[in-house]
Design a protein around this ligand. Sequence first.
Ligand SMILES: CC(C)(COP(=O)(O)OP(=O)(O)OC[C@H]1O[C@@H](n2cnc3c(N)ncnc32)[C@H](O)[C@@H]1OP(=O)(O)O)[C@@H](O)C(=O)NCCC(=O)NCCS
Length: 249
Amino acid sequence: MSAEPAAGAPAELSPLDEARFGVKSARAREVNTQNLPAVLDFCAVNQVEFLVARCSTADISAVHALESAGFHLMDTLLYLRFDLKKTPIPPNDSSVLIRPVRPDEVDQVGTLAFTAFENFYGHYHADPRLDPRKSTEVYVSWAQRCCTEPSAASLVLAAETEGKLVGFRALRVNSPTQGEFILAGVSPEYQRRGIYRAFIVEGLQWCRERGLEEVLNSTHVANVAVQRACARVGFEPAYSWYTFHKWFQ
Ligand SMILES: CC(C)(COP(=O)(O)OP(=O)(O)OC[C@H]1O[C@@H](n2cnc3c(N)ncnc32)[C@H](O)[C@@H]1OP(=O)(O)O)[C@@H](O)C(=O)NCCC(=O)NCCS
């Protein structure tokens, strides 16, 4: 559920986090015992104050090294995978209209993201040093970027019912074979009516029509709604990541 550093680099600066939270920020992907010193050096050289670091849940020595270095666990991301080659996509049985978002609906998507992600339990909200409202605004601006920047998302679907926009689902084509569901939210008063499931089914259809072979969906390990919907449709667990934060001051 978030942008990652370039492959190969130990870490990279995060201008988006810096602009949002007002502290020099960086991100590190796949930290392990070998590259942790390089990650810490990168932060020292660049005077980083706030670091977001991911490590595999299978790498317990990395977890212990991060704990010893003063990192704090903020969330656990579970990746689910749908095999488009062998798994049939069930029908969309929702009466809610699922369609591509329109250019004039970017502000509405932002408002929807605010209501859906207010009080969310992702790694930003989990950190007591980060302003909760600013943490919610991370998702607002991310959802809006998905609507306006092709590098952020390949498609944003909207759910419309009773003449209102009540949900959004962004997805991205990662490669000629892989799609990824990246961000979704449903207006609280329209939750538990199968709208997220409808997004999954329509999103999978879109990916299959483009010849993709698999679709990934990552979710907070405590997000039962996403996991239930994905399990029913035919996603399978693939791998998982811990998200740690480190404050240098
Ligand atoms: C997660 C979210 C998108 C689900 O949307 P939704 O339209 O309510 O989901 P659905 O109605 O399709 O429900 C999917 C399944 O989850 C269950 N469910 C929905 N909300 C639930 C909740 N709060 N607690 C437990 N189960 C829940 C439903 O009962 C359904 O399971 P079932 O098939 O066994 O009945 C919505 O709760 C939301 O916007 N949450 C905040 C943002 C978020 O978590 N986004 C996803 C990560 S990017």
